[in-house]
Design a protein around this ligand. Structure first.
Ligand SMILES: CC(C)(COP(=O)(O)OP(=O)(O)OC[C@H]1O[C@@H](n2cnc3c(N)ncnc32)[C@H](O)[C@@H]1OP(=O)(O)O)[C@@H](O)C(=O)NCCC(=O)NCCS
Length: 194
């Protein structure tokens, strides 16, 4: 069940369609992938057009492969069709039924609950459909927005990873957050989907 026979996406949330990327998303993706504020805490970016094209081509190629442990989905606004971000869920250890996730959103749409909405939908699938036991994520200790999302989801800060990532300007510290299946179930009162 960790890697089900059929893909578990696309997913629809209140305001978003979470679906696979396609080459036609170039303009929307490149708009946020070139923003220094968006990429500040990421290992990637700011992207050149070539890099954005390569990444989209890779995601398109990935889309032809199923099952696969890692899935990156476009967050498309239901009302306009604009892609405003991405969300990734990756089974890091099938044996331990464990996955991590990550997200990036375009700045004009920050602080409107979109990352929380997308992450909640994906984590719910992870527990309810894939049978995961633990979902975790890390973020730069300075990335208040990112740990804000995780805390809103009811994830716990488990620790500080010292100087664990070498990014553009040097070694960075990260927080690790996680939530277990039983915690998720009790926080959502046993509801089985978003
Ligand atoms: C991190 C990110 C995805 C958050 O997206 P978002 O859609 O703005 O997040 P939400 O609106 O769901 O915010 C959830 C909570 O996080 C906190 N938060 C989010 N952004 C914040 C900010 N800039 N400053 C302080 N707190 C913030 C708040 O508590 C917020 O809840 P509230 O608005 O009800 O107070 C977005 O800022 C982003 O794309 N950043 C660049 C890429 C990135 O760093 N990704 C994460 C890598 S680990």
């Amino acid at each position: 069940m960790i890697l089900p026979a059929e893909p578990w996406f696309p997913l629809r949330t209140e305001r978003l369609l979470l679906r696979e990327f396609r080459m036609g998303d170039f303009d929307d993706v490149h708009a946020y992938a070139t923003d220094p504020e968006v990429v500040r805490y990421m290992e990637w970016g700011p992207n050149t057009p070539e890099v954005t094209r390569e990444v989209l081509a890779r995601w398109e190629a990935d889309a032809a492969v199923w099952p696969r442990p890692g899935v990156t989905l476009a967050a498309e606004l239901l009302d306009t069709g604009r892609v405003i971000g991405s969300i990734r869920l990756e089974v890091t250890s099938p044996n331990d039924r464990t996955a991590d996730f990550g997200y990036s959103f375009h700045r004009p749409w920050w602080r409107q609950g979109y990352a929380t909405e997308a992450a909640r939908a994906v984590v719910a699938v992870g527990f309810d459909k894939l049978g995961l036991h633990r979902v975790w994520a890390t973020c730069d200790v300075r990335n208040v927005g990112s740990w804000g999302v995780m805390e809103k989801l009811g994830m716990r800060r488990e620790g500080l990873l010292r100087r664990n990532r070498l990014v553009r300007d040097g070694w960075r510290d990260s927080f690790i957050y996680a939530v277990l299946a039983e915690e998720w179930a009790s926080a959502t009162h046993g509801r089985t989907s978003q």
